[in-house]
Design a protein around this ligand. Structure first.
Ligand code: NAI
Length: 462
């Protein structure tokens, strides 16, 4: 008899959610985690701490730029960096302790330490071997740095070090205009750092809707971020208290360099499954180092499942959570399901950027007949009242059936607004369904309805 029905390896959003769902479904469950706290990258050194710093730095921005306009006069706050980091740490602690509580409540055992899988059905932690009928690997990802760059997490940092800098740097080069680079670049820009983003492609946030990319970059430039586009970073050299980043411009192969106190390497993440012993077990991998799984998150080895960043698909906490719940349901004999066509993506800058479903570029490439309903937040009274009129909602619907195919939002609370379209898409709704739904006034969400109206007879406030 195995000790457990399920052992989950990794307590990030994929792993801890899988463990809780397994326990809720009546399976005897343990979760192995080697960090001192639960929550994985997301809670400890990713999504949650970066949101704390984004929130704090945005408050400063409001005080500096908008308070006087609203008649709020007085001394503008100055930054106590130590205290800001302490606030961030308290947010992390509250969340990681919350998961500990949920584990206790649901009777999930936390096995502390780093796991390996000596054989199917066995999980070794330290000197102890635990047995389980099913194993879920949820070991996540790690930053993918570049060759020629020596990350010390002090002045040449990944997102992990960028959340713990000893002081606010005077200058920062961000390598990569993806989600991490732009979120953390925004934080430091607002705190007074001179930030330059160096990006290989000619557009920021690859994969996003083209119109959103352009508007987003324009807004970030207006906020003071500098961009060097079409530039392949080749190396970072450290000398006398500064870092020199060398890059080659793709258009003419010319060589350039730029100095900065701190360099943030944000060039993507790679799946992490080191030390588990998967090669010896014969677990199959994709060419990109992801664990191969079938439609039920099963690897090619019976009884071993994998979910989240360590398998294929977008590296997003909520995608991992969905897979965690679904894999638990499959193990419990139910029908776990993830709709990969409706996974939202959000960038938590100010304004926020959010998207779900197809981009206009994808629809064009597929040769699909579609219509666009667009609405500017300038026509939204609530947005104007809070200095957030810049930005828009763009809804894409099938030209013949009116079925919603995608939505792209740049503007206030975009990361929350997008979910009404996610729900609509789950139900196969048309743009007209959204347009006929009463939206409270005055809310930002009226902009979503207006975009839906624009897919039909026209928006009212445009
Ligand atoms: P990313 O893949 O989003 O962006 C990396 C960027 O670096 C790309 O634009 C790429 O063209 C550029 N790049 C690569 N090599 C380069 C070079 N040599 N020189 C110049 N530019 C170069 O990766 P990022 O931002 O590091 O994020 C990693 C993962 O974490 C992503 O999958 C992201 O979705 C996830 N994440 C999600 C968040 C969210 O949902 N809000 C927040 C943070 C991370």
């Amino acid at each position: 008899m195995a000790n457990y029905d399920v052992i989950v390896i990794g307590a990030g959003p994929g792993g801890y959610v899988a463990a809780i769902r397994c326990a809720q479904l009546g399976l005897k469950t343990a979760c192995v985690e080697g960090r001192d706290t639960l929550g994985g990258t997301c809670l400890n050194v990713g999504c949650i701490p970066s949101k704390a710093l984004l929130h704090a730095s945005h408050q400063l921005h409001e005080a500096e730029h908008n308070f006087a306009t609203m008649g709020l006069k007085g001394k503008t706050p100055s930054v106590d960096w130590k205290q800001m980091l302490a606030y961030k740490d308290s947010v992390i602690e509250g969340n990681t302790k919350g998961i500990e509580f949920l584990f206790k409540k649901n009777k999930v055992d936390w096995i502390k330490g780093w796991a390996s899988i000596p054989a199917a059905g066995q999980v070794k932690v330290g000197d102890e071997v635990h047995t389980a009928a099913n194993i879920i690997i949820a070991t996540g990802s790690e930053p993918a740095t570049l060759p020629g760059i020596d990350v010390d997490e002090k002045t040449v940092v990944t997102s992990t070090g960028a959340l713990e800098l000893g002081k606010i740097p005077k200058s920062m080069v961000v390598i990569g205009a993806g989600v991490i680079g732009l979120e953390l670049g925004s934080v430091y820009k607002r705190l007074g750092t001179d930030v330059t983003v160096v990006e290989y492609l000619d557009v920021i946030t690859p994969g996003m809707d083209g119109e959103v990319q352009k508007t987003f970059q324009r807004m970030l430039k207006k906020q003071g971020l500098n961009f060097v586009m079409g530039a392949a970073v080749q190396a970072v050299a450290k000398a006398r208290g500064k870092n020199t980043v060398t890059y080659q411009l793709r258009k003419d192969d010319s060589q350039h360099s730029i100095d900065a106190e701190v360099v943030l390497v944000a060039t993507g993440r790679r799946p992490f499954s080191d030390g588990l012993g998967l090669q010896d077990l014969g677990v199959e991998f994709t060419q990109r180092g992801q664990i191969k799984t079938n439609a039920h998150w099963q690897t090619n080895v019976a009884g071993i499942y994998a979910i989240g960043d360590v398998i294929e698909g977008p590296m997003l906490a909520h995608k991992a959570e969905d897979e965690g719940m679904a894999a638990a349901e499959v193990i419990a004999g139910k029908h776990g399901h993830v709709n990969y066509g409706v996974i939202p993506g959000v960038i938590y800058t100010h304004p926020e950027v959010a998207s779900v479903g197809a981009t206009e570029e994808q629809l064009k490439a597929e040769g699909r007949a579609y219509k666009v309903g667009k609405f500017s937040f300038m026509g939204n009274g609530r947005a104007k009242a809070v200095f957030a009129g810049d930005g828009f909602v763009k809804l894409l619907a099938d030209k013949d059936t009116d079925r919603i195919l995608g939505c792209h939002v740049i503007g206030p609370a975009a990361g929350d607004l997008i979910h009404e379209v996610c729900v609509a898409m789950e139900f196969g709704a048309s743009a007209q369904d959204l347009a006929m739904t009463c939206h409270a006034h005055p809310t930002f969400s009226e902009a979503m309805r207006e975009a839906a109206l624009a897919c039909g007879d026209g928006a009212i406030h445009a």
